[in-house]
Design a binder for this molecule. Structure first.
Ligand code: SF4
Length: 274
């Protein structure tokens, strides 16, 4: 491996988005995170619809953040002008009142070492419950996803692992027992949740898989294009990679099961936008 790539990895802090991009397409990871290539292309045929969805997602996250910081719901609700966002907000208010304590940590970023690398997690909310459970909540404003699909996402591995390694301060500076870590995806479209519980074994499995992936990435001298070409239809780099000019159809994406995983996530605009 060239020396310059080694030094880049020395300072690299791996996020779940970067790992997911590598898992979906090594070349996409290289273009975005190592070469910092910005390639102006639409990711979907309905760019305006996509952009509107991104803006709704950002607006929802901003509302939830302000609420967690102590701004009363009565002050936030009148600021909402979008009908769909208003429905999401009411679902959120109902769910959080029943499931989250007043003391919660929004937009929390933690980093932890794993082997010789650093791993970062940026949480929507982390909260310690009265039964000593530590709850991670990720607000999802895209379409609801199935449990099996979520179970394979890098986010599902990275978030609890980093909390277990770097969340002592939430627990009187004592390690958080894996059994006390709950990770909940909450879907604004339906109010449904998908929850992942943990044990020492599941966190060990996560560490093993993440370590293996990090070893593979940092030992790579070549980052191949994905063989799953359908992913290219929603990727901004498709013309650069000569994988077609026309963007994919958002309606088609909504109808697909996407069993192999695909990292287009309306909640991750800041990390995937070009
Ligand atoms: S266009 Fe396809 S091959 Fe190229 S970076 Fe995107 S997903 Fe990978």
């Amino acid at each position: 491996m060239p020396d310059n790539q080694d030094s880049r990895f020395d300072e690299f802090v791996f996020s779940q988005s970067a790992l997911q991009d590598y898992a979906d397409c090594p070349r996409r990871f290289e273009l975005q995170y190592l070469l910092d290539v910005r390639w102006p292309a639409q990711e979907t045929a309905q760019a305006l619809q996509y952009e509107a969805g991104q803006q709704q997602g950002q607006a929802f996250h901003h509302l939830a953040h302000q609420h967690a910081l102590g701004v009363p719901a009565e002050a936030l609700t009148p600021t909402i002008t979008d009908d769909e966002l208003r429905v999401w907000w009411q679902r959120y208010l109902h769910w959080q009142a029943a499931n989250l304590p007043d003391e919660r940590y929004p937009e929390l970023t933690l980093t932890a070492s794993i082997g010789e690398w650093m791993l970062m997690a940026k949480y929507d909310v982390v909260a310690k419950l009265t039964d000593e459970t530590v709850l991670i909540v990720d607000w999802k404003t895209g379409r609801p996803q199935k449990r099996d699909w979520l179970a394979n996402r890098m986010q599902t591995l990275v978030y609890p692992f980093v909390l277990a390694k770097a969340g002592d301060w939430l627990n009187g500076n004592q390690p958080i027992s894996p059994e006390r870590i709950r990770f909940v995806y909450w879907f604004a479209e339906t109010g449904e949740t998908v929850e992942f519980l943990h044990t020492a074994d599941t966190l060990q499995q996560a560490e093993t898989r993440l370590t293996s992936l990090l070893q593979e990435i940092t030992a790579s001298s070549r980052f191949e294009l994905t063989t799953v070409e359908r992913r290219c239809r929603f990727c901004a780099y498709r013309s650069l990679c000569e994988r077609g000019e026309m963007p994919g159809d958002l309606d088609e994406l909504e109808d697909e099961e996407l069993p192999d995983g695909f990292s287009l996530d309306l909640d991750e605009i800041e990390e995937v936008s070009f």
